[in-house]
Design a protein. Structure first.
Length: 336
């Protein structure tokens, strides 16, 4: 069975890149957009507090149109603040607003949001209703299959049922539990076992909802086969560490040719010129590109040049051009 959503808001969620704090900033998203023109990109999480109390909310919300379609992920548990945050964010061109109900960090828990909200579906429902009230764009949730000793069968069903009564239909599900005490956020992304079957059952039992699978997806063929079981997939670490996988999946989904790494690097060098002209530095851009040649000859050299050397040469975007030429020659790719 190939999933085609009965619910259709015009957003293509076949391939999504997960929100990742400190990683999926605007430079990273520009890079990912070149790799996968059809992908749905997410911002890092921004708290409703940060948006509401900022002297200049643009600091958190502005981005380039080239990144579209782009989802803003927010964190919070106060419906009034979430309403105000979405009202403020509404004019920035995001295509969807997503509530983070999956992050297990202590900082987030002490603010009573993130994954601990899975135990408070009534609050989540109120938050979602407030967010809906503030915009006519779709509202979605990113959550786990459960937290702590919550029952991943009945508990998850009840949670989804309850929060769906707010009128939302789109769910990005990280297919593992979050354990709220004793594990660091990093451990919580690795230790609790993945359970794709549970998410698949949720999708089968709720054909009117859009269910996107997230967690541990890193093998291209596996990801492609998951397109048959879910409305889409969301890649986190694999998209960041092996970014060319985005081009491979985009190419599979659309029939468009694979991107040429050399011309991609030239576009990123031009982008770096613009960032540098505007007061930024080379490493802010190149740090997201370190995995481009992952698994190929020249990968280590690429990482060294764009990692360590880019820090020492903050205004030299030619470093990208020269290193790409060298690495593409090593892997015998066409150099334009
Ligand atoms: C560095 C890092 C930062 C993250 N920040 C967020 C975040 O801001 N919001 C969120 O919902 N999830 C966040 N996550 C979790 C990812 O969105 C994703 O759910 C998780 O990494 C599992 O997917 P993966 O196995 O494909 O990486 C983060 C993950 C990483 C590695």
């Amino acid at each position: 069975m190939v999933f085609t959503a009965r619910f259709n808001d015009g957003i293509n969620r076949k391939l999504c890149v997960a929100p990742m704090m400190d990683w999926t900033d605007r430079h990273c998203r520009f890079f990912h957009r070149l790799l996968a023109p059809s992908a749905l990109l997410f911002t890092e999480m921004v708290t409703a507090d940060a948006i509401c109390h900022a002297e200049n909310p643009s600091r958190f919300l502005s981005h380039s149109e080239a990144e579209h379609p782009l989802v803003l992920q927010v964190g919070g548990s106060d419906p009034k603040k979430l309403f105000r945050a979405i009202k403020l964010a509404n004019k920035y061109g995001f295509c969807e607003f997503n509530l983070n109900v999956g992050c297990p960090s202590n900082r987030v828990q002490s603010g009573r949001f993130g994954a601990c909200l899975m135990e408070e579906p009534d609050i989540v429902r109120e938050c979602l209703m407030a967010m809906k009230e503030a915009t006519d764009k779709p509202i979605s949730v990113k959550c786990r299959i459960g937290v702590d000793d919550m029952d991943i069968n009945l508990g998850l069903d009840k949670f989804i049922q309850k929060i769906s009564s707010s009128g939302i239909s789109v769910f990005y599900i990280h297919a593992r539990k979050a354990l709220l005490t004793g594990l660091s956020p990093k451990e919580n992304r690795n230790i609790p076992p993945l359970n794709y079957e549970r998410v698949h059952r949720l999708a089968l039992q709720n054909p009117e909802k859009v269910i996107i699978l997230n967690g541990g997806l890193e093998n291209k063929d596996d990801i492609i086969s998951k397109q048959h079981d879910f409305h889409g997939v969301m890649l986190g670490r694999a998209a960041y560490k092996t970014p060319f996988i985005l081009s491979e999946i985009h190419s599979h989904l659309t029939g468009e040719p694979l991107l040429e790494k050399h011309s991609l690097a030239m576009k990123m060098a031009d982008y770096a010129d613009m960032v540098i002209e505007n007061g930024g530095n080379l490493h802010q851009v190149t740090r997201h590109m370190l995995g481009l040649f992952s698994g190929e000859r020249g990968a280590k050299y690429w990482r060294q040049q764009l990692g360590e050397l880019a820090r020492l040469q903050p205004h030299n975007s030619d470093l990208i051009r020269k290193t790409a030429k060298f690495c593409c020659a090593k892997t015998q790719r066409k150099v334009a």
